[in-house]
Design a protein around this ligand. Structure first.
Ligand SMILES: *Cc1c(COP(=O)(O)O)cnc(C)c1O
Length: 385
């Protein structure tokens, strides 16, 4: 055992694979619950798209959370994992009819609607089933998050949501429709956000919009502020838990809910990122002209974040105690972007050494692909060792 990994048990296993440290996951979930416990009427819907491994979903369900789904497949996976439909919210700019029908058939908590044409389709499909769909409108608050450009979602130029100036007219239009009930407003400004000022800006925007609703005598059941809280990719050991207190306190201090209103959150990354590591085996150590390469058996097919977002993941050699040297850690895929880290310090690496690519629990396993006809990585939890 080196550090927190059962390295001996890992030795004989087929690599690469994901390892989920359920102690970290459970600590994270209880930290969220502790903060939520301070507020009646606050609810967290875990964003399934971050990680839909059934073993992970099961632990999150046991902790009592709901889910945020962005596809029919995610609704199916959530129902299968035992989440009650009454805690499912369903977002996405392009919902297909079959996906809307799954939501209607299972009576989900709410559809987060992103356009008028979508509203009309939901109303029509609900009419066929003689049902009333609960809908919230996803508004684009034009709040910029200080994060990577590819993961901001709340700017006017992004494809998500309805423009704020259309809010009242779309609600009044929806109120004329017989098979939808408008129950809330929904927002989501981006991901890996560490500056609480961004969430504060969202709160201010929501407060203004609620004032406008008051002027039109519109009162909604709930406000859903989405997710986006980031994690410390640099220090997964020292800072394994996100700052949930600062996050929830921002909403407690800055957001003005109307009496009886419930507040909903959709955290994804913050829940699962730090519990997961991608375990990969070193195939070759190559001495380049200027530097050393550790060539490993995981590639961007297993973890695409570095190639897609230039994301940083801390890497540890969990086999060796040799003196530290700098390596480029690269995968076997025939693409130059198949690089996990450049000139990163690792305990001296030899063929066969296992490396842990840390903070890989979110947007890792779930984004794996079979490019190059590779196998999909498996995922294991602590209890399996
Ligand atoms: C992706 C997504 C989330 C979760 O985002 P994180 O940054 O992982 O917390 C929440 N809500 C919606 C609508 C999303 O698309």
């Amino acid at each position: 055992m080196k550090g927190k990994f059962p390295t001996e048990q890992f030795q004989g296993m087929e690599t690469p694979f994901y390892f989920y440290d359920t102690r970290v996951l459970r600590d994270t979930l209880s930290s969220i619950r502790q903060e939520l416990g301070k507020h009646d009427n606050w609810h967290v819907h875990y964003a399934v798209k971050a990680n839909a491994n059934p073993k992970v979903l099961n632990i999150i369900r046991e902790a009592g959370f709901g889910v945020d789904c962005v596809s029919g497949g995610e609704i199916e996976a959530s129902l299968k994992a035992g989440f009650p439909a009454s805690k499912i919210v369903f977002a996405g700019v392009g919902k297909s009819d079959w996906e809307i029908n799954i939501g209607l058939d299972s009576n989900i908590f709410c559809f987060n609607v992103e356009s008028i044409p979508e509203l009309e389709v939901i109303n029509g499909l609900a009419a066929e089933k003689r049902k009333v769909a609960r809908v919230a409108f996803r508004l684009n608050p034009n709040v910029g998050a200080h994060t990577h450009a590819n993961i901001t979602t709340g700017l006017a130029e992004n494809k998500f949501g309805i423009a704020m100036r259309d809010m009242v007219s779309i609600i009044e239009h929806a109120q004329q429709l017989e098979n939808v009930a408008v129950v809330g407003l929904h927002f989501h400004i981006g991901s890996q956000i560490l500056d609480m000022g961004d969430f504060e800006a969202l709160c201010n925007r929501v407060n203004d919009l609620q004032d406008e609703l008051d002027r039109h005598h519109i009162r909604l059941e709930h406000i859903n502020v989405g997710g986006g809280l980031g994690v410390d990719y640099q220090h997964p050991n020292r800072v394994p838990l996100p700052d949930f207190k600062a996050y929830f306190d921002t909403y407690a201090k800055k957001l003005k809910l109307r009496s009886g209103q419930t507040l909903h959150f959709e955290l994804g990354r913050a829940v699962v990122a730090q519990c997961g590591s991608l375990i990969t085996r070193t195939l070759y150590v190559k001495e380049g002209a200027f530097k050393k390469f550790a060539i490993v058996d995981a590639g961007f097919t297993d973890l695409i974040r570095p190639a897609l977002y230039q994301a940083y993941h801390k890497i540890e050699n969990i086999t060796s105690e040799e003196p530290v040297e700098a390596y480029d850690v690269v995968g076997p895929i025939c693409e130059s972007t198949d690089v996990f880290a450049k000139q990163t310090d690792l305990n001296g690496v030899r063929r066969g050494d296992l490396l842990a690519i840390r903070s890989a629990g979110a947007y890792g396993e779930i984004m794996a692909s079979q490019y190059n006809c590779r196998k999909l990585p498996k995922g294991y939890i602590t209890e399996e060792f």
